[in-house]
Write a protein that binds this ligand. Sequence first.
Ligand code: INS
Length: 652
Amino acid sequence: MNRKASENVEYTLRSLSSLMGERRRKQQDPDWASATGEQSLIAATESFCSLQGSGGPGPGSSTSSGDLERAARRQFQQDETPSFVYVVSVFSALGGFLFGYDTGVVSGAMLLLKRQLSLDALWQELLVSGTVGAAAVSALAGGALNGVFGRRAAILLASALFTAGSVVLSVAQNKETLLCGRVVVGLGIGIASMTVPVYIAEVSPPNLRGRLVTVNTLFITGGQFFASIVDGAFSYLPKDGWRYMLGLSAIPATIQFLGFLFLPESPRWLIQKGQTQKARRILSQIRGNQIIDEEYDTIKNSIEEEEKEVGSAGPVIYRMLTYPPTRRALIVGCGLQMFQQLSGINTIMYYSATILQMSGVEDDRLAIWLASVTAFTNFIFTLVGVWLVEKVGRRKLTLGSLAGTSVALIILALGFLLSAQVSPEISLKPTTPSDKNSSCTKYSSCDGCMLDPGCGFCYKMNKSDVVDSSCIPVNKESTNEAAWGRCTNETKFKAEQLFWAYNFCPTPYSWTVLMGLILYLVFFAPGMGPMPWTVNSEIYPLWARSTGNACSSGINWIFNVLVSLTFLHTAEYLTYYGAFFLYAGFAGLGLIFIYSCLPETKGRKLEEIESLFENKLCTCGTLDSDEGRYIEYIRVKGSNYHLSDNDASDVE
Ligand SMILES: O[C@H]1[C@H](O)[C@@H](O)[C@H](O)[C@@H](O)[C@H]1O
C-alpha cells in the first residue's frame, strides 16, 4: 500500500473510532442520540461494523485494526467511480480529437492541394487561417449558445458542423468550396473547444475532474498526431490524397453525433434552468449507486446564492466584469490561454518540418514523417499531464511546465544564434537571366538569404564544408526548386550533388535546435498544453461558466492566429533566434503571471472555487494554504459511505 493510501486508511480509522465513540455515547444515552437526530449515524456505524462481521471495535472488542483496515479498503474499492462518467467524457473528448485533427491535417493537405489546384500564397493562407479565424468567432459566440441551449446541444451542433465540413472538403471541386468547408469545420472547432471542457468538468466528480478534462487535451494532441500519420500516408497519393486527409474526420464526427443523441445534458445546466427532476435523474445516473443528495443540494444552493449576490440583470459579461471574483477569474483564465499561445506552441507544431530541416533533414517526405515524431512527443507528454494533474495539482504542474518551456526556448534560440554566426558565406553570384528576378543576389551569407521568403540557398558539400554556394529566387510553384540557375530541376540537381535549402541553412549546430525542440514539447505538453483548458473549465461559477470559457477560448484562437501567422515575418525582422528569444520573453512574463495569480483548484468542488478569487488579484498563489494537505471525508448514510482523498470533510 502506498503512503497516501495508508494515510487514507489511517484517517478513516481515526474517523471511525470517533464515530464509534459517539455510538457508544449514544447507546449509553439514548436521549442524546434522539435529541441530535443522529439515529442514521448509529445505523450507519453499525452497518459498517457488520461489514466486518464482528461487531464494533469498542474497548475489549476482538476486532483488530487490520480487520478494520481491510473492511475500509474493501468498501473503498467497491465505491469506485461509475464507468458511465468515463463513457460520457470519451465521447465528448472526440470533440478534442476533431479539433486536433482538423488543425493538424491541413499542413500535409496543403502540400498536395497547392499543386493540384495551383493555389497562390494568399489562397493557401486563407485555407489555413480561415479555419482558425472561424474557430475564434464561434468560440466567442459559443458562450451564448451554451447558456441558452445547453452543453449537449452545443456538442451536437459542433459534431454536425464537423461532419458537414468534412464531407464538403472531400468532394470540393474548387478553392472557393474548399474555403467554405474549412470555415464550417472551423466553426465546429471553436464551439467544441469551449464546450467540451465545460461539459466534462460539470459531469465529473471533483477528485477526477482535472484528469478527465485533461483527457480532452490528450485527444487534441492525439488528433494532431493521427493527422500527421494520415498526412504522411496520403502524401504518396499526389492526386486527390488531400480528399482523404480532409474528409476522414467525418467518421469520428458522425460517431460523436450519434453518441450524443443518447448522452445526457449537464445536470448543472439543467438545475440552473429549473429542470430539477431531470437533473436529479441524470446526476444519479452519472454517479452510479452513490448518493447524490449532497452534490445536488450544493449545486442548487450555490445557484440560489449566486443569484442573490450577483443578480440576473444585464448581460453576463457585464456582470462578470463588475463582480470582482469573476473579473479576477476571467483575467486568470484569459491570461493562461494567451500565454499558452504566446509561448509559441503552434510555431513549433506548424513549422516543425522546417525546424527539422534545419537540423539536417533534406528530404521533404522524411521531414513530414519526422514532424509526426514531434506530434507524437506532444501527445505522449500530454499523457504525463493526465497522470500528474491530480497528483501535483494544476498550479505546480503549470509553473514547472512553463519554467521548462522557457529554458527550452532559450536553447532553441541559442541553437539558431550559433547557426547564424557560422552561416555559410555566398561564394557565387551567377548572372541573372535578363527576364528573371535578381533580388536574391544581394545577400552575402545563407542567413540573410534564408530569411527572405523569396529566396533559397543552392550549394555543394565538400566533406562537411559548404562550397559553390549562391542565393537564388525560389520557384513560386514549388519551394523545392529555384526559379532559375543550377537548382531548377530537383531530380537533375540532386544527381549533380547539388543541394537546395529553402527556409533553412546547413549548420553544424542542428543538434542544439533538435534538443531544444524535443525539450520544448517534453515540458510544454504536460502542463501549458492542457492546464489552460482544465483551469478555465473550473474557475467560473455556473452563471458565468459558458461566457468565461467563450472569452478565454476566443483569446486562445486569436493569439493562435496572431502567433502562427506572424512567425515568418517575425523571423524576417528579428531572425529565427530573435523570434525564439521573444517567445522565451513571453514565457518568462507568463511565469510571473502564473506564479502570482493562479490558485490551486485541485480537489475542490466547482461550487467552492469562486471563493479562491475573493481576494485581490495576484495574491491567490500565496493564499494556497490547503496545498499539500489532504482533507479526507467519510460519508456514512445507510450502508453507503464514501472515502475520497480530495474532497471536503463531510459526515452526514
Ligand atoms: O492545448 C492545445 C495543445 O497544446 C495543442 O498542441 C495546440 O496546438 C493548441 O493550440 C493548444 O490549445
